[in-house]
Design a protein around this ligand. Structure first.
Ligand SMILES: [Cu+2]
Length: 266
């Protein structure tokens, strides 16, 4: 559900023929790299973070868990219904609380329920990863969890300079996905975790629509690199790379999402 200008049905179909454009399942907490543990909130809207776009209502998630030092802890019971407000609407969403205890990587993995996208007559299911580190001690961040759709980072997702790069490998059940199509979005409207809303003003002004959702492709080994021009959080969504391709008799785009955060050089 893009902000669309008036287009004929034919032109619209041609322009938006690419599957599942610009949807991002967020797993948002303001700081992915923290000095100390303690409670954090995780906001879970399914939305369009680069343009403060539509917040879409999704059924309860299929899975939510955290992996720390190889140990998986189920968090599905901690997920609560909530709301998220964008420039376009206030929509139903989810959120969770978690208490970080001890140094290391906390890999949060969220599997949303399949979402029916009427404009494309397909279902979308994103498997999202967000990695929070405490104390700069690396433990689990580069693990391959064998997910149906997954981006395995080759760069610490929480320790990137503004102007640096992020490299990842698109995989499905451990196997690289060659030439995967990847959408990239900057979280341009700062999420406010107190009010459950995007900021009303963006941090940057994209010079053209092509910069709102940027599209890149993985190479023959499923690897991609993206230069991060601005501090803040960035999302990568590899489209339709999952092992499941059908849901309720319709096409399913099972996407792999990862969130990273770049830091300004001071
Ligand atoms: Cu949408």
């Amino acid at each position: 559900m893009f902000k669309k200008i008036a287009l004929t049905a034919a032109a619209s179909a041609a322009l938006y023929s690419s599957v599942a454009s610009a949807h991002f399942q967020m797993v948002y907490t303001p700081e992915l790299l923290r000095e100390a543990g303690g409670p954090i909130s995780l906001k879970l809207p399914f939305t369009h973070p680069s343009e403060s776009g539509h917040v879409m209502a999704v059924d309860e998630p299929e899975a939510f868990y955290v992996v720390k030092k190889g140990k998986k802890t189920d968090l599905l019971d901690t997920v609560k219904p909530s709301q998220w407000t964008s420039a376009s609407n206030t929509g139903s969403s989810y959120e969770a609380q978690y208490s970080l205890r001890g140094l290391g990587d906390y890999v949060f993995i969220y599997e949303m329920a399949p979402y029916y996208e009427a404009s494309e007559d397909i279902y979308i299911q994103q498997i999202s990863k967000s990695i929070v580190n405490v104390g700069s001690l690396p433990t689990d961040w580069n693990e391959d969890f064998g997910l149906k759709a997954e981006i395995v980072p080759l760069t610490k997702p929480y320790a990137i300079y503004e102007g640096g790069t992020f490299t990842g490998v698109v995989r499905s059940e451990g196997q690289p996905v060659p030439f995967a199509e990847i959408e990239v979005e900057y979280v341009n409207y700062e999420p406010n975790s107190d009010t459950n809303a995007f900021a009303s003003e963006g941090n940057i002004e994209p010079p053209a629509d092509a910069f709102i959702t940027m599209t890149i492709f993985a190479d023959a080994n499923g690897t991609f690199t993206f230069g991060i021009p601005k501090a803040g959080q960035w999302g990568f969504a590899a489209l339709g790379v999952g092992s499941e391709t059908e849901y309720k008799g319709k096409e399913l785009s099972q996407d792999a999402v990862i969130w990273v955060q770049a830091h300004a050089i001071k």
